[in-house]
Structure formats: structure tokens, C-alpha cells
Design a binder for this molecule. Sequence first.
Ligand SMILES: Nc1nc2c(ncn2[C@@H]2O[C@H](COP(=O)(O)OP(=O)(O)OP(=O)(O)O)[C@@H](O)[C@H]2O)c(=O)[nH]1
Ligand SMILES: [Mg+2]
Ligand SMILES: [Zn+2]
Length: 297
Amino acid sequence: MRCLKLEGRVLSVRSDGCLVSVGADVFRCGWRGRLRYDSQKILAGDIVEIEGGSGAWVVSRVLPRKNALTRPPFANVDQVIVVLSVVEPEVDPVVIDRLLVVLEREGISGVVCINKSDLYYDATADVARKVIEAYKIAGYPTAFTSAVTGEGLDTLASFLRGKVTVLAGPSGVGKSLLISKLTGSRQAVGDLSKIGRGRHTTKWVSLLPVAGDGYLADTPGFQKVDLVNVEPEKLSYLFREMVDLAPLCRFPRCLHKTEPGCRVKEAVSEGTVAELRYENYLRLLEECLEAWKRRYE
Ligand SMILES: Nc1nc2c(ncn2[C@@H]2O[C@H](COP(=O)(O)OP(=O)(O)OP(=O)(O)O)[C@@H](O)[C@H]2O)c(=O)[nH]1
Ligand SMILES: [Mg+2]
Ligand SMILES: [Zn+2]
């Protein structure tokens, strides 16, 4: 029997194999050789070579990656849409910055999406608007959406064309429902009463084709992304609106806390750096300082 070789993209990975899309077809593949023992090293989003025929296919090679994320586990990402909701569940926006910092470091584009716009009432609507405004000022594309009413989904869809996009964010914010609406495919959507008790609805990363030659990936919710090894003095360079300001501070190693002649703090009072982003910067800075200290203990 002839053995065929094809190249495709990994849509999802489980312990016993993975799904690989080649053109319009999807192949269920096992592992071959060394990959059998290293299968956890294959990520959704990987471009792989598969071999086989007559129904049995194996992954024989993983092609070089342009990038890889560990949380969520994904390779060759063009952009990540960070999804948050300010009510049901109420999530602290510092979660967004934690992820954006990792994305900036990896050179992956970030988009900020606040979902459940149908649920915002007076006080929370103010918070939601403040959050959106802060990321707009910072220069990120933003969307204010409702997966239930469809508000803002056009904006979100317009970001997806020709790109591999991952939706990431805490459990229960509506990532899977947004993906169901955007792709027309049914994703398992969670019961809010169970979220937050360690019962995540989405258990695997899965990648779906979207109109306009793009892919969209659902990922399990998480509570915390670690800021691994960011040097405190370099943190502000991962806040994009601070990149050009930090070198203008009086002190070259300015942490933008209480130092005199700090250009970043001036920008906060001028409104060109949003207060919310600056507050989150200070919180993440404390974490970096702590982690940096522990490195030498
Ligand atoms: N009112 C309202 N409810 C929403 C919206 N989007 C999602 N929900 C509800 O929120 C709950 C959680 O939605 P999911 O899509 O499962 O959330 P998720 O982010 O995928 O959660 P994990 O898979 O656990 O990470 C479900 O009950 C949804 O019906 C929205 O825009 N408005
Ligand atoms: Mg989900
Ligand atoms: Zn400064």
C-alpha cells in the first residue's frame, strides 16, 4: 500500500492522538516513533507532517514554530483576544494586563474584549467603559460584546480574517458562547453556577475555521498566568503606551513608582496613560519585584 504524506494544522490534542486539518478534511492521527513519548510537546496550532493511508494516520514530524504559549497551550498564534466580563463573573481587569504582558514579550498581537454587555447595569457599565477606554488609549483593538444579543460581534469578527486567533480569559466570561456565535459551531457552554469551583467547561484547546481564511481557538479558562522572569526595570516596556515614555524619565532605571522626573507618571496625570493601566502596572511590578528577589534566595 502506498504511504501518503500530507501537511496540516493540529486542531486539538489529547493523550492518544490529535486532529489535524488538511484543506477541508480533518484526519484523526496517532503518534509515530519518538513523538509517541513526546506527544505532550505537540500543541494545537502546530503545523505537522502526517503519514498514512487507508484510514490510519500518524504524525511524523512537527514543523518549526513561529511562537508558542504555555497558558493557554498553543503554537503559531497570530493574535490573542483576551476576554473578560465585569459581571457574572466579576473579574479584575489586572487579568488582562497579565496576559497582555506575556503577549507583548512573545510578539503576539492582543485584542481586548469585554463580554456580556447585555448584563451591565449603571455601576458596572461605568467600570466596563473605563476598562475599554483604558485599552483603547493604550493602542489595543477593543470590542464590547454580548454573545447573547449579538452586540459587537461584527467588530470581533472583523479582527479574525486570515489570522489564527486564540480566545483566552478566565472561566465563565463567555469564550465558548462567543465562538459558537462566530463560527456557527456548537461549543460546550458552561453553567455559571459551577464555574469557579474548578469545573471548567472547556477542557481542551480546539481550533475552528472561520470565514475569511482564519482560525479561531477556544481554550479552557484559567485564573492566573504567571509573570515568569520579567525583570522589574523592563516591565514598563511590555506596556505598549509606556515604551516611548520610559526612556525619557530622569533616572534610567526608573520604576515609575515614586521617582522624581518620571515621564510615565506625568503621562498618567495628562491622561495619555490610563489610570487603570498604571494601577495594574504597579500591581504587576510588585509581583515582579517579589519574584526577582526570590530568584537569588
Ligand atoms: N448574559 C450573557 N451571558 C453570557 C454571555 N456569554 C456567555 N454567557 C453565559 O455565561 C456562561 C459561561 O459561558 P461560556 O461560554 O461557557 O464561558 P467560557 O469562557 O467558555 O468558560 P470556560 O470554558 O470555563 O473557560 C454560560 O452560562 C453562557 O450562557 C453574554 O454575552 N451575556
Ligand atoms: Mg469555554
Ligand atoms: Zn519613570
